[in-house]
Write a protein that binds this ligand. Structure first.
Ligand SMILES: Nc1ncnc2c1ncn2[C@@H]1O[C@H](COP(=O)(O)OP(=O)(O)OP(=O)(O)O)[C@@H](O)[C@H]1O
Ligand SMILES: [Mg+2]
Length: 505
């Protein structure tokens, strides 16, 4: 059968940077083909080229057997292709329904937008993905995962022949992923062809019929369904056969019992819950925040990071009450937040990697005039090395980095500052398998040296691998604590789903 899409030897350079050197792939009707590769290996660039958003320097593209003139340019709609962008493309000031219909508004005879029709279309697209989300909500008020779901709904509402999902699950929790996978499977049965890009290898293994692997801008392998196993995939992605890569090392057993309490939250209210949050974090402890997405985990971190003011309650650091009204207050206490929304809270996108990396140090120094530039430069290079930034260039403008490499900048700047308390808000989304393992190691090392870590993640495997104990949240309250032998994926999933039952009793 003729493939729905066939791309051959696609090439693309941005200035001196080779994004794609020799990338090929085919996509059959009704197939889910995974596209995997390290950060910066060219996946997003490829997705943008086959959706007509950028022109390649060379290569061929066939859709349903007909050759597309790539140099002429084309619109994705022409070939019924819809792309779910990695860096979301929504307009924050607009509502969900306006975003979903943007550019495709149905107009009546007099040229007015038919609002009822547009609202219905949005509702239809969103109802299975996020049944509780109102289409009248403005996008700027949504969490990263809600925005992601709207972005997917926007693509679904076009009923495409080819659906390209560029890391659709990076900020989704397991229940949202499950719903998305049900939809993917349904679309597949209806004959839609899907390209699924992700760094979460267990998900890729679950949903894909076939995998294409990119390395350094080249397609280096295809793995058929029956041969998809994590070890082989990691080998093709990294080019290394390492016992350690991709596998998370067991948490080191600390000999001493963790005694000193470093951080306490006493009855801190998040405004939307009658009861406050009570939690304690000990020296050297890594405590996870689990539960379904959006149960108040992010708010706890934002309060501690100085980005949200609690309405009531008390925060103590090493026994002393502290007032945290601004990120500066948190930073002064050695409490650093690795944010969840890298574009909004974490990065100065139009600036260089260097500026982004040294900014926190800059804001901490007494004088802003006589800065030891040489020292700061070598510090920036050290961080670039530590997080394995690609390309390892401190003068690169951050918006030109691939998604995962942007996230490495967010992570790197705080890890490098010897935190006393580290607040991680879903830090590894979009980060590749090797860098992830490297990042876990850095966090474990910091904890060994006495840092305390509060770790929110939408990735349950990540919580199990890193945390001493996990607190399950439900509607802004901590409903359970899971530790020791109980701390496994199944138990976490069960506790998250049962959060409601317990909270109601
Ligand atoms: N507009 C641009 N200007 C300069 N370089 C770019 C631009 N867009 C992409 N690149 C570079 O091209 C390379 C490939 O980037 P791409 O975004 O395709 O990677 P990716 O595989 O999607 O990575 P990730 O997993 O991190 O999302 C990277 O080195 C990136 O820095
Ligand atoms: Mg990408």
């Amino acid at each position: 059968m003729t493939p729905v899409l066939e791309a051959k030897q696609v090439r693309k350079k941005f200035g001196g940077v080779v994004a794609l050197a020799d990338a090929s792939m085919t996509l059959e009707k009704g197939e889910v083909c995974g596209l995997v590769g390290a950060n910066g290996s060219g996946k997003t660039t490829f997705a943008r080229i086959i959706s007509g958003l950028i022109k390649p320097d060379g290569g061929e593209l066939y859709i349903n057997g007909s050759k597309v003139d790539l140099q002429l340019g084309f619109e994705a709609e022409q070939f019924s292709i819809a792309l779910v962008h990695q860096n979301l493309s929504l307009v924050p000031e607009m509502t969900i329904w306006e975003n979903i219909n943007l550019g495709r508004e149905d107009t009546g005879r007099l040229g007015f937008v038919q609002i009822d029709k547009a609202v219905n279309k949005a509702h239809e697209a969103l109802k299975e993905l996020a049944p509780h989300l109102s289409v009248y909500e403005r996008v700027k008020n949504l969490s990263p995962s809600q925005k992601q779901l709207v972005e997917v709904a926007k693509a679904l509402s076009k009923h495409p022949q080819i659906l390209i999902l560029d890391e659709p699950t990076a900020s989704l929790s397991f229940d949202q992923v499950k719903r998305l996978f049900e939809i993917i499977n349904k679309l597949k049965k209806q004959g839609t062809s899907i390209i699924f890009i992700s760094h979460r290898l267990p998900e890729v293994t679950e949903i894909c019929d076939r995998l294409v692997v990119f390395r350094d801008g080249c397609s280096v392998g295809v793995i058929e369904r029956e041969k998809i196993n994590q070890e082989e995939v990691v080998f093709l992605i990294t080019g290394k056969r390492g016992e350690e890569i991709g596998k998370v090392k067991a948490k080191p057993e600390s000999g001493e019992t963790k005694a000193d309490t470093v951080l306490e939250m006493e009855d801190v209210s998040l405004g939307d819950s009658k009861e406050g949050i009570n939690l304690q974090l000990k020296r050297g402890e890594i405590v996870g925040l689990g539960g379904l997405q959006g149960q108040g985990q992010g708010k706890i971190l934002l309060i501690l990071g100085g980005l949200l003011s609690p309405t009531t309650g008390n925060i103590k650091i090493e026994g002393k009450s502290v007032v945290i009204r601004h990120p500066r207050d948190a930073i002064r206490e050695g409490m650093f937040l690795v944010p969840g929304d890298r574009e909004r809270e974490g990065l100065f996108l139009p600036h260089t990697v260097f500026f982004n990396l040294i900014y926190p140090q800059f804001s901490q120094r007494e004088t802003k005039f006589f800065l030891p530039w040489k020292e700061l430069e070598s510090e920036a290079n050290r961080i670039i090395d530590m997080v394995a930034l690609v390309p390892p260039d401190k003068n690169m403008i951050v918006s030109n980095l691939s998604g995962g490499n942007q996230q490495k900048v967010v992570i790197g700047k705080w890890l490098a500052m010897s935190p006393r308390i580290l607040l991680l808000n879903d830090p590894t989304k979009g980060v590749d398998v090797e860098t992830r393992a490297n990042f876990y190691q850095i966090v474990q090392d910091l904890a060994q040296k006495g840092a305390s870590v509060l770790f929110y993640s939408t990735d349950t495997d990540e919580l199990v691998a890193n945390c001493d104990r996990v607190l399950i949240l439900f509607e802004g309250k901590i409903t359970q604590e899971i530790c020791g032998e109980e701390l496994c994926k199944e138990r976490l999933l069960e506790a998250s789903l049962r959060g409601g039952d317990i909270a109601e009793n």
